[in-house]
Design a protein around this ligand. Structure first.
Ligand SMILES: *Cc1c(COP(=O)(O)O)cnc(C)c1O
Length: 488
């Protein structure tokens, strides 16, 4: 039992020991064997530097940049750095670029959509057009902000959106068109030049979501990767987002949202003077926010420098090539999309080689990948976000993948009772009760699994894959609701 508020305080050393104990059940954040959630450059001393910088500014409050000029200075430096990486700043096609530091990609995207919406107060029912491969955070933004979402299907083979289809979805109510560079799920860089040109033709803003790999692409291009134009060098791109807590390898909590000029940014701000307290002026969603992540990000960028990121890009490129080769060498597996940048996304054409079972078998061997469900003609896949720390692991990945594939084949695909599959396919979301989900979770072995034991998720993924999206959502809400209970 973990009591966050004991009657008598617990000594510091003991608290830390308890936390270390809890942390030991987590997936490994370092070491290059977790291919999602974490971004590890494997640079000696970098964590220590970032944590010292974090500690220096943890109690600084971003609420008021005039009270804490250190925060304003480091934020402005991060914005300038991100702008330069993305083809903006003095001497470029976007010399008047401005931006803000946010807490993450989701906040950057919510603000990009809010800014576009509020630039058009005359549009009563604003709409957002995105390819179906754009990050789910756009759907969240649209939902939060009362903006209607127009999802444009992509080519199910290449996962590339069709600019003409995007253009066709634009109406007089469209306030924003967005695309990805690259997409999270498949690592595909959308045809930004065409999409931005078509949006500009209609007088609509165009956001390029470079949250995921926006920091990696320019460095990969400089070492020879075939990166198409995707940044502020492209006319018609009005805003961009890039997460520093991804390929800039900073601790979590830092993303940058950029606008081509200050007039485009103005509707992002929220100012309010109709209350008796301090006059509120917020550039981002949070009001009080810690200086810790910003200081840590500043220290990380400054310590690694341009050359450091170039070297990390080399290691990432080599790791991606090695993993991709291991995939294509494995019978029954193939790359779903070309492994050109930082993602390896694989699928199986062999009914006897179940990807969800394969993901579990890899996890049982210490390789943690991310299964992706089938969607609108795009087959199920396994996603690997590859960072520089993976490079030294590549030689061991090939044999591990071969072994896991053999084990998955021997086990055979997940076969669920026909009634269960039929139920998953036809159950209405509002028929789902907490009891039903609890029973389902238990029957799938998710209830009381011992901490630390790798759960077998293949069955869960198979049930989810059989369910339509609305039911998938409801199942996940109910399931996570079961997990999130106070620990009395
Ligand atoms: C990660 C990601 C986001 C969301 O970022 P968070 O930092 O998780 O909020 C948005 N877009 C893309 C393409 C991403 O990869």
């Amino acid at each position: 039992m973990i009591d966050a508020l004991p009657t008598q305080g617990v000594p510091a050393e003991q608290v830390l020991a308890e936390l270390r104990g809890l942390r030991s059940a987590d997936l490994p954040t370092h070491g290059g064997r977790l291919f999602a959630y974490v971004y590890d450059p494997a640079r000696a001393g970098l964590d220590e530097l970032a944590m010292s910088a974090y500690a220096l500014s943890a109690h600084v409050n971003g609420l008021d940049p005039t009270a804490f000029p250190s925060l304003l200075a480091t934020e402005n430096a991060l914005v300038a750095a991100a702008a330069r990486v993305l083809g903006a700043g003095p001497g470029t096609a976007a010399p008047d670029v401005v931006g803000s530091v946010t807490s993450g990609g989701t906040e950057s995207l919510i603000l990009a959509v809010k800014t576009a919406r509020d630039a058009h107060p005359e549009i009563e029912h604003p709409r957002l057009v995105i390819p179906s491969t754009a990050h789910a955070a756009f759907a969240k933004a649209a939902h939060y902000l009362g903006v209607a979402l127009d999802l444009v299907p992509v080519d199910p083979v290449t996962c590339v959106p069709d600019p003409a289809a995007i253009a066709a979805a634009i109406t007089a109510e469209t306030v924003l068109v967005a695309c990805s560079a690259p997409s999270y799920a498949h690592g595909v860089v959308d045809p930004v030049e065409q999409i931005a040109a078509l949006a500009a033709e209609r007088g609509v803003r165009c956001h390029v979501d470079a949250c995921f790999g926006g920091w990696a692409l320019p460095f990969l291009r400089r070492i020879g990767a075939p990166v198409p134009a995707f940044d502020f060098g492209v006319p018609g791109v009005t805003s961009m987002s890039v997460d520093l807590h991804k390929y800039a390898y900073t601790p979590k909590g830092v993303s940058v949202l950029l606008h081509r000029d200050a007039s485009l940014r103005r509707p992002q701000y929220f100012a309010f003077a109709d209350w008796p307290g301090y006059t509120m002026i917020n550039p981002v969603i949070s009001s009080t926010r810690s200086g810790g992540p910003i200081a840590a990000a500043f220290a990380t960028l400054r310590h690694l420098g341009d050359e450091g990121y170039l070297e990390l890009a080399r290691q990432t490129r080599d790791a991606v090539a090695g993993l991709a080769a291991a995939v294509t060498a494995t019978e029954g597996l193939r790359l779903l999309t070309p492994a050109d940048y930082t993602v390896v996304c694989l699928t199986s054409d062999d009914a006897e080689l179940d990807l969800f079972v394969l993901a579990d078998e890899l996890a049982a061997r210490g390789w943690h990948t991310q299964p992706q469900l089938p969607f609108e003609g795009i087959p199920a896949s396994i996603h690997l976000t590859v960072t520089a720390s993976v490079a030294p692991q590549v030689a061991q990945f090939g044999p591990a993948l071969a072994e896991a594939a053999a084990a998955a084949r021997a086990q055979g695909p997940v076969r669920l009772p026909a009634e269960l599959l039929a139920m998953a396919a036809h159950l209405q979301p509002d028929q789902l009760t907490p009891e039903l989900v609890g029973g389902l979770a238990e029957s799938l072995g998710l209830g009381g699994s011992e901490p630390g034991a790798a759960p077998r998720l293949a069955v869960v993924n198979t049930v989810l894959a059989a369910a339509p999206p609305r039911l998938r959502e409801r199942l996940l809400v109910e399931f996570v609701g079961l997990l999130q209970r106070p620990s009395w």
